[in-house]
Design a protein around this ligand. Sequence first.
Ligand code: FES
Length: 123
Amino acid sequence: MEQTQIATDPAAVPSDRRATDSYYDIHLFICTNRRSNSKSCGGNGAERILRHAKRRVQALEDSINLSIRVSSSGCMGRCELGPLLVIYPEGIWYRCSSPQDLDEIINQHVIGGGRVQRLMASF
Ligand code: FES
């Protein structure tokens, strides 16, 4: 499996990534719901994305000064776009269909505070 290099230099993490009014600085919710009769996140590989996210975030937490949580979620009501993930505190929705997509989101959004425009879900 090809893996994207993740920046782990603490100096590369913007200081404003620290949340002041939330238990976690950053919280990723990945829908793993599975539907039997229609397209769903779980049916499109969301569990693989969730496992990859947990491994990456665990590795990151040892090197950056942010508390990050990855949680599975139930259906978010936009099943046709899945696999979906939402990142708080910003509330940004992403379509994430591969570990490479997830690495890009972690590098640019979670660490860098930016956005991955090509993966953002539009409604
Ligand atoms: S199954 Fe993921 S949004 Fe519905």
